[in-house]
Design a protein around this ligand. Structure first.
Ligand code: NAD
Length: 351
């Protein structure tokens, strides 16, 4: 197989690349990433050395370049992780979210369709997997779960752009018969997540004795899943998912944000012995506008149809995660420093 992973230098894309190459060491992987602030080649340093992995720095909205990549190799699958992914940034500047998340997806679909639909039929065994999010469903009250048929009700520019992409994909399946799947996962956590998202942000700030900013009362609920469990679910969907279907992926692991922050403080104190890391660092700040109160996923469909279960309990996953960031403080400093792109520009001769 030759597959394309877009957003390969981001958090989940880089974890998926590692997972995939471990599981299918003979396959060829073409990784595409624009390398925004969130995409870091540090995340895939070791994979860059491999003969069966090719990295291409490119924007998924560039149809000509994406077409050239399809011209060069017979591509069997596209797994689209590339996205602008931070809700706060989408509130500040929605346009790039629409451009990358919607137009970028449509470009990938069009190019794949051009190469996969020949002489009036789809070539065998091709698959386009869109990595979507539970945020497309909007917010839940204190009870209930999102299922695949829950109506889309996005409430932030980020989730609206992801929902729009999901609808475009459904249209390509219904109109052209394109072999697609959409996966909608809950909040991921684990190594290589850019330190603007809740868990790595809190770890980084606590280690530097900086305030831990918590939105509103901190009682917003998210369903946390260890990133490797997500990667395994995507692999199963690629292998056995029914064409055209949506699969929700979730950990049945609902936690309030404030609980997560307290847990990080507890673990960091234990692991570092640093007494200055305590609850007094927490500062409640003005809530995010339109902040969804609760997300929770019902993963029955992927469990019953594909036999997927999360395998890493939260207590184990969060411990591994905190440990990873502690052991990779240099990574943290590098990816948050302005020097990062200059370093790679020098290394690869990019302008
Ligand atoms: N992180 C989560 O908890 C979570 C949960 C559910 C779904 N998702 C979805 O999973 C995907 C990956 O999320 P993530 O957390 O790894 O995000 P991320 O921000 O860490 O990574 C996104 C990657 O996409 C790249 N990118 C951005 N714009 C691009 C463009 N125009 N062309 C090419 N590459 C571009 C970035 O450089 C980055 O490497 C996203 O589609 C997101 O919506 C994330």
């Amino acid at each position: 197989m030759t597959i394309i992973i877009t957003g390969v230098a981001g958090f989940i894309g880089s974890n998926f690349l590692k997972y995939y190459l471990r599981r299918y060491p003979e396959d060829k992987v073409i990784g595409i990433d624009k390398l925004t602030y969130a995409g870091n080649l540090e995340n895939i340093k070791e994979e860059l050395e491999r003969d069966n992995f090719v990295f291409i720095r490119e924007d998924i909205t560039n149809m000509k370049k994406i077409d050239e990549i399809f011209e060069e190799d017979e591509i069997d699958a596209v797994i689209n992780f590339a996205a602008e992914s931070h809700v706060d940034r989408s509130i500040e500047d929605p346009q790039i979210f629409l451009k990358t998340n919607v137009i970028g997806t449509q470009v990938l679909l069009d190019v794949a369709k051009k190469h996969w639909f020949r002489d009036g039929r789809w070539k065998d065994d091709k698959r386009f997997i869109q990595i979507s999010t539970d945020e497309v469903y909007g917010a839940l009250g204190p009870t209930g779960f999102f299922v695949e048929t829950t109506p889309l009700n996005p409430r932030s520019p980020y989730s609206a752009s992801k929902a729009a992409a999901d609808l475009v994909i459904r249209a390509y399946h219904e109109t052209f018969g394109m072999p697609v799947n959409i996966t909608r996962c809950s909040n991921n956590y684990g190594p290589y997540q850019f330190p603007e998202k809740l868990i790595p942000l809190m770890i980084n700030n606590a280690l530097n004795h900086k305030e831990l900013p918590v939105y509103g009362d901190g009682k917003q609920i998210r369903d946390w899943l260890y990133v490797e469990d997500h990667c395994r679910a995507i692999d199963l969907v690629m292998e056995k998912g029914k064409i055209g279907e949506v699969y929700n992926i979730g950990g049945h692991n609902e936690k309030e944000n404030i609980y997560i922050v307290s847990k990080i403080i507890e673990l960091l104190r234990e692991m570092t012995g640093d007494e200055e890391i305590d609850e007094s660092l927490i500062r409640h700040v003005k809530d995010r506008p339109g902040h969804d109160r609760r997300y929770a996923i019902d993963p029955s469909k992927i469990r019953n149809e594909l036999g997927w279960e999360p395998s890493i309990p939260f207590d184990e996953g969060i411990k591994k995660t905190v440990e990873w960031y502690l052991n990779n403080r240099e990574w943290m400093n590098r990816v948050t420093s302005g020097e990062y792109m200059k370093y790679y520009e020098r290394m690869y001769g990019w302008r």
